[in-house]
Design a protein around this ligand. Structure first.
Ligand code: AMP
Ligand code: MG
Length: 428
């Protein structure tokens, strides 16, 4: 098993006390691999799961040439440049009812969208482009249409034997539709990742309890629950523990036994009452970092041993400050869990927007400021901050619709400059 130290040696820029954000990403990519195991589920249970094995198309989609319009099907070679064409309509082809008579060069078949093209016909003229002559013939005006137009070819969406959905693809609504279009009722997906989480701290109060002097309500557990539920993992809520070594140890052992990954919040910053660090080290192999980022400086990453065997569970020790916990989750833990889930797309999409206000920023750390992206009058995207960026201000996470990402080397931002924004949509 690769040790954390040997991974650290292979990561450019690794510095436990001033860890660049990119080095954290590299480290996690090196440390974590997809968990093994898959199951076959019905399509209605597959949304948000990850494809475990390439899906090979068993059929052509569409299965036959068909009409893209309501109109008249005919032989495209009958068209003459600069001349109208009059055709005699001899039959009707409806969707689901193939018509397979033969059609001469001066004839056509009335056809509906999705109906199979009658044998030999290659072109459809939309009904609205035609007129009916006094004798009942269908007239196509000169140059109204090109040969081959408005016909969908067999297999143009997917050909039989091709990869319709690749292993590692997340199953989106479109992917569900695609699978159904192949006639598949079930799909093999990676097994659901089990993620346990709990909060730590003597000051932590459970919502519903009466307020107490010096105590704060446990917000991290709820925010983490939401973030994890959105990821589609199996969420294991273990509650909260005091900064008390025996309780903490029992909780960490229980978490390691029940999950593929454990997320804690609080107690990793090295304060006096924080036993978490010592215990985590004792129960597995854990690296403690001070990350060159804001918010979210302290973080612990590593493995906890499971029972007495060689099995282990990934550990993410997040900072206690509520915004820092959410930001470190979004920036590091989410892609790491997606990787463990077997998902091939772990990058969070970003967009560019023009910043409307000056931002203070010093080179040498990555900053994530809570931003509100909107459309400016000329239609382009602009972003402002939510104001005070204190790392305990959860209200700013609620008001923001994304995180402005100011990279490691960047300095202050002037109004009018472009910045990257990691959008919350679909994540939060
Ligand atoms: P810590 O990382 O344990 O030093 O905590 C840093 C700050 O975050 C302190 O002000 C804690 O009270 C606060 N905090 C820690 N855990 C939570 C939690 N679960 N919910 C809300 N605030 C928390
Ligand atoms: Mg604490």
């Amino acid at each position: 098993m690769t040790s954390l130290n040997s991974i650290a040696d292979s990561i450019p820029g690794y510095d436990r006390n001033d860890m660049p954000v990119d080095a954290v990403h590299d480290f996690l990519a090196e440390m974590l691999a997809p968990v093994s195991g898959s199951e076959t589920v019905a399509l209605f249970d597959a949304l948000g799961r990850i494809v475990a094995r390439d899906v090979i198309s068993p059929v052509n989609v569409p299965p036959h040439d068909n009409s893209a319009m309501d109109g008249y099907a005919f032989h495209g070679e009958s068209l003459r440049a600069g001349q109208p064409l009059q055709l005699e309509c001899i039959a009707t082809a409806l969707a689901g009812h193939a018509w397979s008579g033969s059609v001469a060069a001066h004839q056509c078949v009335r056809i509906m969208t999705g109906a199979v093209m009658p044998p030999g016909l290659d072109t459809v003229v939309p009904q609205e482009l035609t007129r009916t002559a006094a004798d009942g013939g269908i007239v196509i005006p000169a140059d109204a249409i090109r040969a081959g137009g408005n016909r969908r070819s067999r297999g143009e969406d997917l050909t039989q034997g091709s990869v319709a959905l690749a292993r590692g693809e997340p199953i989106t609504p479109a992917a569900l539709g695609l699978l159904a279009s192949l006639g598949l009722a079930r799909i093999e997906v990676s097994r659901r990742l089990r993620v346990a989480y709990f909060s730590t701290g003597d000051e932590i109060l459970e919502p519903g309890e009466p307020p107490r002097e010096g105590a704060v309500y446990d917000s991290n557990r709820y925010a983490l629950f939401g973030l994890l539920a959105r990821l589609g993992v199996q969420v294991i809520d273990l509650g909260a523990v005091r900064d008390e070594p025996l309780q903490l140890e029992a909780m960490l052992r229980r978490a390691a036994d029940s999950a593929d990954a454990v997320i804690t919040s609080g107690g990793v910053s090295g304060g006096d009452a924080d036993h978490t660090r010592a215990l985590m080290k004792q129960l597995g192999e854990v690296a403690f970092w001070r990350i060159a980022m804001r918010p979210g400086r302290p973080m612990a990453v590593g493995w906890l041993a499971r029972g007495a065997g060689a099995e282990r569970c990934a550990l993410f020790g997040l900072p206690g400050n509520p915004v820092a916990a959410m930001v470190t989750f979004l920036v590091f833990v989410r892609p790491a869990l997606l990787r463990m889930m077997g998902c091939g797309r772990t990058e969070t999409p970003c967009l560019q927007a023009v910043c409307t206000e000056p931002l203070r920023k010093r080179p040498g750390r990555t900053e994530f400021q809570r931003g509100v992206v909107s459309r400016s009058q000329d239609g382009s995207l602009q972003v402002r901050t939510t104001g005070n960026q204190g790392s305990g201000m959860l209200s700013s996470m609620v008001h923001a619709n994304g995180l402005i990402v100011l990279p490691h080397d960047r300095g202050a931002v002037q109004p009018g400059e472009r910045v990257e924004v990691m959008m919350f949509d679909g994540l939060i």
